[in-house]
Design a protein around this ligand. Structure first.
Ligand code: HEM
Length: 368
């Protein structure tokens, strides 16, 4: 499809699929033509209009400036030792067993502990957090209207609980700031303005959801590759530079976020196709990341690939705010995994089941 129709309209789904790297870049570089705001947002939509992901400039620009402060390198470097100690603790729990489910025992808990730590969430509330975050990104069991309805109800419930939780924490931090991300977001100012209450709640929820599932899948996809290509293990173990390039190659090869959505702001011609106002565009990042026009031998995993201009974190004004955090998390945590677990193999008879999602790519379990 990428070769023959890098842009095509799907009558059944009523959206444009964009497969080519150049075409996707062209769209991501032009937010004035391709919006992130869902046209005519449905009433029961899960997200509020204040979500940074679904805003266009100038609203997006202001929110991004404030939110960006919390993700500055100086703020993140304080987390390094914490990430290492969480990773070591999780490995300590399983190392004697000689076997583990890498997803349940490591990839799932680590990002939620890190983001809870950043947000200043109490240790006792972390299991609840993981539950809310999982529910928010869950896909329906099947395509039946009953399943969709059930999931929608479950997600609205999780969302309400999260809102109520954050409401309490935000009020507390307003009057009594602590050394955590929520306090920074509550008090951050741009041009003398702070964020509204809804924007803060929405941002906290987004961090929880966007930061968890994606980083979990990056970790799982990385270790999956180590089992599929076990000869790479000695080459990467104890070699931080190689580990870095392999993490980037994992992001390209098994992209945790498979696709993004955009909406046309007006009628526009794109590479010979006529797009109408409010048309839906599905930008297949996963396809762009294997485009032979950009990547040599795109279907081969090359752990030394450099440069590696993948778009796993998106591009342009919405480029992932957590990219630096998740890269840092991956470099620290996966280094510990590689040093402490040697000869990693898939457990005999283990079947690899993908998570049931169109937009996220990862495994439900990884018994090793
Ligand atoms: C945006 C991927 C981790 C927070 C994005 C976008 C992508 C992405 C593709 C662009 C969305 C768009 O253009 O519509 C990933 C991947 C991750 C990851 C692959 C891990 C491997 C994180 C983490 C956090 C985070 C750890 C925070 C804790 C955000 C936020 C945005 C975003 C706030 C919205 C930025 C904006 O709209 O300006 N991410 N993400 N992400 N990500 Fe991530």
């Amino acid at each position: 499809l990428r070769q023959t129709t890098p842009i095509r309209y799907d009558e059944t789904r009523q959206c444009w699929d964009i497969f080519g790297y150049q075409e996707i870049m062209q769209i991501l570089k032009a937010p004035e033509c391709f919006s992130s705001v869902v046209p005519g947002k449905f009433e029961n939509s899960l997200s509020l209009p204040e979500s940074i992901l679904e805003l266009d400039p100038p609203q997006h620009t202001k929110l991004r400036k404030i939110a960006g402060k919390a993700f500055a390198p100086a703020a993140l470097s304080q987390l390094e030792a914490k990430i290492a100690s969480i990773a070591n603790e999780l490995i300590d729990r399983v190392v004697q067993r000689g076997e583990m489910d890498f997803v349940a025992d490591f990839a799932n808990p680590l990002p939620v502990i890190v983001i809870s730590e950043m947000l200043g969430v109490e240790q006792n509330d972390r299991a609840l957090f993981k539950h809310w975050s999982d529910t928010m990104v869950k896909s329906p069991a099947d395509a039946s209207p009953e399943s969709l309805e059930r999931l929608h109800t479950e997600q609205l419930q999780a969302r309400r609980e999260l809102e109520a939780y954050f409401q309490k924490v935000i009020e507390l931090r307003r009057s009594d700031p602590q050394e955590d991300l929520i306090s920074q977001i509550v008090h951050a100012e741009v041009d003398g303005e702070t964020l509204t209450f809804n924007q803060i709640v929405e941002f906290c929820i987004l961090l929880l959801v966007a930061g968890n599932e994606t980083t979990t899948n990056l970790f799982g996809n990385f270790v999956r590759l180590l089992t599929e290509r076990s000869e790479l293990q000695p080459a990467v173990s104890g070699n931080p530079e190689r580990l870095k390039t392999m993490i980037e190659e994992t992001l390209r090869f098994y992209s945790p976020v498979q696709a993004l959505l955009r909406y046309t702001k007006q009628d526009i011609d794109l590479q010979g196709c006529h797009l109408k106002k409010d048309d839906v565009l599905v930008l297949w990042l996963t396809s762009a990341n294997r485009d032979p026009a950009v990547f040599d031998r795109p279907d081969e995993l090359d752990i030394d690939r450099s440069p590696n201009p993948h778009v796993a974190f998106g591009f342009g004004i919405h480029f992932c705010l957590g990219a630096m955090l998740s890269r840092m998390e991956a470099q620290i945590a996966l280094d510990i995994v590689m040093r402490r677990l040697c000869n990693i193999r898939l457990a005999p008879g283990a079947a690899l089941t993908p998570i049931p999602s169109t937009f996220f790519f990862g495994l439900q379990a990884l018994p090793i």
